[in-house]
Ligand binder design. Sequence first.
Ligand code: ADP
Length: 294
Amino acid sequence: MKLELIDLTKKYGNFTALDRVNITFSKGIYGILGANGAGKSTMMNLLTDNIPRTEGQILFDDGSSEKGGTDILKLGRDFRRVLGYMPQQQGYYEHMTVETFLFYMAELKAIPKRQAKVEIEKLLEITDLSDVRHKKLGGCSGGMKQRALLAQALLGDPKVVILDEPTAGLDPKERIRIRNFISSFSRGRIILLATHIVSDIESISDKILLMKHGQVVGIDTPDELFESVSDKVKELPCEPGELEKIEEMYKVGNVFQRKGKTWVRVVGDELPEAGEYVPEHLTLEDVYLYYLGE
Ligand code: ADP
């Protein structure tokens, strides 16, 4: 199974929001990382055919035949049937209960009633929403709403699941819960998870795609990305009053206290003589700063 983007481009007037993106997704979790405005939602919206593309192709191959991929626009309903989409929270269905919402979404996806009933029961269970099934979405906490949105994305056992900022507005405990949940249903599917929150994807992504100004600037496994910045990150002690100067010269990550001193983490191609490399302790935050930091 694969999903192939070929020269995918989206322009809004003269502004290019997505610029000739070429990627092939296969089974696994892809964390799509980029600052606000990088083009993540635009890519998701093109993949779900919510907005018209300007140029390029999106080919889906379910692996069942030899003929290779077919454009999702041509597949139409056949693609939508294997697609699960969790949009950013918008508050459209506030008057519906959690359960009614899921039945409504199942109907939109043309899932037969009997099958929907079985699936919804299971999804309420695994998203831990059984107890609040009769609660109106408008009265649900942010975490419950996100879990309900995630549950609807999984109706119909989708092969391709697109999640746009699934943990937006959640506290750390809920974030971990959603993350574990995504990880648990990922087997055998293509999962694309867009976020600007590094910790959302660090532990669960098979591959990380880095986006900047509408372009893909990197796609690799977390380990490969760490390796690629192993000589780009240093920690150095910093005297009081020095921090501002360091910030002017380098991209600065964490500032922290160690052995009674202030230390800074700096990232870049040109690093100061002082300080020490930390190849054993790299994080996705370093990768983000190196590739996507301004
Ligand atoms: P992200 O999801 O990474 O935050 P988006 O895909 O939402 O980024 O946006 C990418 C760029 O496209 C941004 O600069 C945004 O302002 C612009 N953009 C998005 N939607 C529209 C639109 N409907 N009209 C004009 N510009 C848009």
